[in-house]
Design a binder for this molecule. Structure first.
Ligand SMILES: [Zn+2]
Length: 149
């Protein structure tokens, strides 16, 4: 995969920082912004959205990814996470799994309010991942879709 340009990373960073301003985090007060680069080249942003029923909280990364998918994207090239903290925060396990669905080779970048940053490839964050290929192996219908008449 072609490395991301400095300009693209900067665009992702600005989108993620803006998204963090919209975070709804009254319980944890841990605001997160994310931006994803879709296969089309468009950028989508998302923030964490908490809920009084804690189990219903949604991470910024998944909010951004679901927005991208809702807009028609089916592949992701990169995910950038921003937290207004002294150290970078990497995506949680659930988000890593969701990134894998659309961007198994995605670049994952984490930025914060210091100069620290982390850049990884998704396979380094989610080794031997379960994914769409596992289901295709077990489903004859997925291997041989019915003919359209
Ligand atoms: Zn998450």
């Amino acid at each position: 995969m072609k490395p991301l340009s400095h300009q693209t990373i900067r665009r992702l960073e600005l989108a993620a920082r803006k998204a963090a301003d919209s975070a709804y985090a009254p319980y944890s007060n841990f605001k997160v912004g994310a931006a994803v680069l879709g296969g089309s080249g468009k950028i989508y942003r998302g923030c964490n959205v908490e809920n009084a029923s804690y189990g219903l909280c949604n991470c910024a990364e998944r909010t951004a990814i679901f927005s991208a998918v809702a807009a028609g994207e089916r592949t992701l090239k990169a995910v950038l996470v921003y937290t207004p903290t002294p150290t970078p925060t990497m995506p949680c396990g659930a988000c890593r799994q969701v990134i894998n669905e659309f961007g198994p080779q995605a670049v994952v970048i984490s930025l914060c309010n210091s100069s620290q940053r982390r850049t990884r490839l998704l396979p380094d964050l989610l080794g031997d991942a379960f994914g769409p290929g596992n289901l295709a192996e077990s489903s004859p219908q997925r291997r041989n879709p019915p003919a359209v008449h």
